[in-house]
Design a protein around this ligand. Structure first.
Ligand SMILES: Cc1cc2nc3c(=O)[nH]c(=O)nc-3n(C[C@H](O)[C@H](O)[C@H](O)COP(=O)(O)OP(=O)(O)OC[C@H]3O[C@@H](n4cnc5c(N)ncnc54)[C@H](O)[C@@H]3O)c2cc1C
Ligand code: FES
Length: 273
């Protein structure tokens, strides 16, 4: 973990209306693995907002880090206003990455959980593993599937579920998971990130089929470095900190009944342009 100063190379809307893509130039020595994240300081000249905000590393190519974010509140509104050429303070890479496990794999993303999983899918696509891998993207409606092209470009079979049926399978991503997992012979590994109810259900499905499962838990975070204890996740080994012990945890260790569902994600009414 290091404190780095990056230079923003791109920061623009990736999809209507609230999804953004930011590309940051980082020092040559910067290394990261899928599942790790950055704590980004939004404002360099003032202390408001005081706390850094956590974002998954969605890609690292040479000395460029990509982050996808959804504008939700004060921090991300200000983030969306930064321009190419602006400097930005980054703490990271933070957290433990997804473990590499041989055998078939399913990547399951709910909403913006797809951002960090794109980095994992990219790494899988570089090896011989992509023929045995499948990506499942679940969203409320087709407008939220803005990372679909990025996954398809990797050559990994990618299937979508939308709750309103506007694209792909109509229903929950976990229903699509139930269909797909049955069709893959042998035991594999499920990697997932998304809302807690989706993860809780996905953990049950994986266990039923004898698959191992590793989930990234995007809790609320303040410090990101193990000091505030604000990101605790209830596990069978006691409370663990998502920022340093995670954010990736084995699904079988998480006590789902003690986790909150994700807060409402609607950015409407927050004065966004
Ligand atoms: C490890 C990790 C990785 C993440 N990766 C990404 C990413 O790649 N892209 C992305 O857009 N977001 C990601 N998030 C969530 C992101 O950090 C929050 O959306 C962001 O901090 C909101 O800041 P804000 O100031 O705009 O909103 P605030 O004003 O702080 O809050 C606005 C709304 O967003 C909700 N919110 C705040 N934090 C979270 C959170 N962690 N999860 C869900 N809802 C939250 C609040 O409850 C509130 O309803 C990640 C979070 C974690 C912990
Ligand atoms: S965010 Fe402070 S301990 Fe994890």
């Amino acid at each position: 973990m290091m404190l780095e100063t990056g230079k923003i190379r791109e920061n623009h809307k990736a999809a209507l209306p609230y999804y953004y893509r930011m590309v940051i130039e980082v020092p040559e020595h910067f290394q990261a693995l899928p599942g790790q994240f950055l704590q980004i300081q939004i404002e360099s000249k003032t202390t408001d907002p005081l706390l850094r905000r956590p974002f998954s590393i969605a890609g690292l190519s040479r000395n460029r880090v990509t982050v996808f974010y959804q504008v939700k509140g004060k921090g991300t509104i200000l983030l969306s206003r930064l321009q190419a050429g602006d400097s930005i303070s980054l703490l990271g890479p933070l957290g433990k990455p997804y473990p590499a496990v041989p055998g078939p794999k399913i990547i399951l993303a709910g909403g913006l959980g797809a951002a960090g999983l794109l980095f994992l899918a990219k790494n899988l696509s570089l090896g011989s593993q992509n023929k045995k891998s499948v990506v499942l993207l679940g969203c409320k409606t087709k407008e939220d599937l803005f990372l679909l092209d990025n996954f398809q470009d990797l050559g990994i079979p990618t299937y979508c579920a939308t709750e309103d049926g506007s694209f792909g399978f109509k229903g929950l991503a976990t229903s699509l998971l139930t269909q797909k997992i049955k069709k893959i012979p042998g035991k594999g590994t499920l990697y997932a990130c998304g809302p807690n109810p989706m993860l809780a259900m996905a953990g049950k499905i994986a266990a039923k089929h004898g698959w191992s499962a590793y989930f990234s838990m995007e809790t609320m975070m303040a410090c990101g470095i193990g000091l505030c204890r604000g990101c605790a996740v209830a596990t069978i080994n006691g409370y663990r900190l998502a920022c340093v012990d995670g954010p990736v945890f084995p699904a079988e260790e998480i006590i789902w009944g003690k986790l909150p569902p994700h807060p409402p994600l609607s950015p409407k009414g927050r004065g966004l342009k």
